[in-house]
Ligand binder design. Structure first.
Ligand code: ADP
Ligand code: MG
Length: 138
């Protein structure tokens, strides 16, 4: 698949009841939902997803955060999906995110920043396959 990205509505945003508003903002921005689920990650699964960051000082906290409650992963489709979605979610640190972005609207801190977005087409494909079997993708 091309023109897809993988998002995760993170545990704090799900817990605080923002998933509906976030999905509304995503679809109004022109993204089509191709797959969606609610999922409680184990520490092993969260660690696998963020393995690229395993040498970073925040890795253990990040893994604990990502399995602190259910998340909502989704595969999204749109022309130029990866880059356009990074614009929609804003900077990693919500304090630095542009007004109106999802992280500015719903993020609490550089760690609890409400949402994930893939950083490349290659990683979007890897991350999509991490969460969804082929039969789960429309
Ligand atoms: P992004 O999610 O914007 O692609 P990264 O891939 O660099 O950012 O980091 C992955 C996730 O790790 C971030 O979304 C955030 O939840 C967390 N994170 C990043 N940097 C820090 C940090 N300095 N301290 C704590 N958590 C961080
Ligand atoms: Mg990243």
């Amino acid at each position: 698949m091309t023109n897809i990205t993988l998002t995760i509505i993170k545990p704090d945003a799900v817990k605080d009841g923002h998933a509906g508003a976030i999905l509304d903002q995503i679809t109004k921005a022109g993204f089509c939902v191709k797959a969606l689920k609610l999922k409680q990650l184990s520490a092993v699964e969260a660690g696998q997803f963020y393995a690229v960051h395993k040498e970073r000082p925040f890795y253990n906290d990040l893994v604990n955060y990502m399995c602190s409650g259910p998340v909502m992963p989704a595969i999204l489709e749109k022309d130029n999906a990866v880059a356009d979605f990074r614009v929609l979610i804003g900077a990693t640190n919500p304090a630095n995110a542009d007004a109106g972005t999802i992280r500015k609207n719903f993020g609490k801190s550089i760690e609890s920043n409400a949402i994930h977005g893939s950083d490349s087409d290659e990683n979007a494909a890897i991350e999509g396959a991490f969460f969804f079997a082929g039969l789960e993708v429309c």
